[in-house]
Design a protein around this ligand. Structure first.
Ligand SMILES: Cc1ncc(COP(=O)(O)O)c(C=O)c1O
Length: 451
């Protein structure tokens, strides 16, 4: 029944619908802790927190009930000219948690909207402060910053941009920090590689003309391409460069904030001060949708005088139910010391995943916190990757369905070189890491034998 209707009416995101012509659409009906269950009652370890979202895990009654209570008290009121208590409380709490002077909170409903809101703010800020030519945005190759037209111009994945061209003008790309694929002149030296990659930001600013560049968007750990942590000194150097040319630094923390890296914000972990942090996903652990940006008080100043108004808004931004849920979510973080859990156990997570390095197909294991990518290769010695055809057969044809059948939700992704990504709930412990490793070992071994 559900199967038939799902195939008839439900259009899944980023999904080849033809692949469900004969096969079943996976229908997830329930979640509990680190696990979810499908319509047949089968259990899966949620190694991706849904989509980098479910930080506190599934089935938390107290968080769901906070949403229900808010719904009966005040289900909706806009943040257009009005405030409501939960938005005020959440804004204050986020501002207290955020690094440095990021004390202004502008809510959205999603990550893409947060990314776009930050770009619009940067453009309008420069217009009203006498630098109207600044509109361009620099971001990294293969980085994903969202799919709406503005965010898509910042995203660095050619294949998902091409059908929608012409895009919003102003997107500029620089190299990412995939050290495993570093250019030969810096291949053996992580610090030199980081310096080179950061200096590429400066070269891009100079090439484009500093007076035309508004912002640099970087994730603390770049997700797309398979979890690229920043080399030592990278962010400090980019910060210096941004300051030199008057460019804003936006830390896109849609994935990395709220404990993914063992801190409320990735910028804290790597010791840099952004001008804006964009967030979404983990702020509510998915119990309701919410996104937003944390903005330096300095950027708010020109908007706090006279007739100046940030000309942006969306109906459901800072929805009362979502804000109530976010507050309850943060209560769970505190009560259960989830940041402490990640910091205490991340070395165990890394060590467990690194055991997979003995498999011939595993080229690199990288990441930080509870956020890891495993790069798959055809030849470990030469680091040769798979052809498009092999990638298609290996990832789409075999790995994705086989991992799911084996009871592990993770992501087999070939938007850059083929990788498997893991981003489990922050409540996970060694038994969950072991379960992931065992399933991955078995499925990757089978994958190799099929090549
Ligand atoms: C870094 C980053 N920015 C923006 C987005 C877009 O967020 P959303 O899907 O909520 O629009 C994502 C989504 O995964 C992301 O990872």
């Amino acid at each position: 029944m559900t199967q038939g209707r799902a195939k008839q009416n439900l259009w899944l995101h980023f999904t080849r619908m033809s692949s469900y012509g004969r096969g079943e659409v996976p229908v997830i009906v329930r979640g509990s802790g680190q696990y979810v269950f499908d319509h047949n009652g089968k259990r899966y370890l949620d190694g991706l927190s849904g989509l980098f979202v479910s930080q506190i895990g599934h089935g938390r009654r107290e968080v769901a009930e906070a949403g229900a209570r808010q719904g009966s008290e005040l289900a909706y009121f806009p943040l257009w000219s009005y405030a409501h208590p939960r938005a005020v409380e959440l804004a204050q709490r986020l501002a207290d948690l955020a690094p440095g002077d990021l004390n202004q909170v502008f809510f959205t409903t999603s990550g893409s909207e947060a990314v776009e809101a930050a770009w619009k703010l940067a453009k309008q800020y420069f217009k009203i402060t006498g630098e109207p030519g600044r509109y361009k945005v620099i971001s990294r190759d293969i980085a994903y910053h969202g799919t709406s037209m503005g965010a898509l111009a910042i995203t660095g994945l050619p294949a998902i941009k091409e059908p929608f061209e012409p895009l919003t003008p102003g997107g500029v790309r620089v190299p990412n920090t995939n050290f495993y694929r570093a250019p030969s002149f810096v291949a053996g030296d992580l610090t030199a590689f980081g310096r080179w990659a950061a200096d590429e930001v400066e070269r891009a600013i100079l090439r484009e003309g500093p007076a035309s560049v508004a912002a640099v968007y970087l994730e603390p750990v770049q997700n797309s391409g398979g979890c690229f942590p920043p080399p030592p000194g990278y962010f400090q150097r980019v910060r210096e460069i941004c300051d030199r040319y008057g460019v804003l630094l936006v830390s896109d923390e849609v994935i990395c904030a709220f404990g993914r890296l063992g801190y409320y914000f990735g910028a804290e972990r790597y010791g840099y001060q952004p001008d804006i942090i964009t967030f979404a996903k983990g702020v509510t652990s998915g119990y309701a949708p919410l996104g937003g940006m944390l903005v330096s008080g300095r950027l708010m100043e020109p908007f706090s005088e006279g007739t100046a108004t940030f000309l942006h808004g969306v109906t459901f931004a800072g929805h009362p139910v979502s804000c109530a849920v976010a507050l309850a979510n943060l209560d769970v973080f505190e009560k259960e010391d989830l940041l402490g859990n990640v910091r205490a156990r991340e070395a165990g997570f890394r060590a467990t995943l690194e055991k997979l390095a003995d498999l011939p197909i595993v080229g690199d294991v990288r990441g930080d916190g509870y956020f890891y990518g495993i790069e798959l290769v055809k030849d470990k010695v030469t680091r040769e990757t798979f052809s498009d055809d092999e990638s298609e057969r290996l990832l789409r044809g075999f790995l994705s369905p086989a991992l799911f059948d084996a009871g592990l939700i993770c992501r087999a992704d070939d938007r850059g070189d083929p990788v498997i990504q893991l981003s489990p709930p922050l409540t996970c412990g060694q038994e969950h890491f072991d379960e992931m490793e065992q399933i991955l070992r078995s499925v990757l071994t089978q994958a190799w034998s099929r090549l």
